[in-house]
Design a protein. Sequence first.
Length: 84
Amino acid sequence: MSTPKVLTVTLEFEMGDRKIHAPRVKAAYEAAVSAAIDAAKSELLDGSVNTVRSRMTWDYRWAETSAQYTDVDVEWSEDEEPEE
């Protein structure tokens, strides 16, 4: 029996100084979630995605204190079992 796996994708949109109203924020969030679901389903095997959960948080902090990450290419094999 295989172990269920969870893929977590975190997106942060750094906003400018312009006032942004809630309907636009909600629409941007829904568009980002929809695009992420479509992209994941196009890359994963059919039937791989059982459930999608999403949440939106609103956060006020200094954007300059966030960590910056670079893309890293990782080789994945469909047939390998995880090491214990």
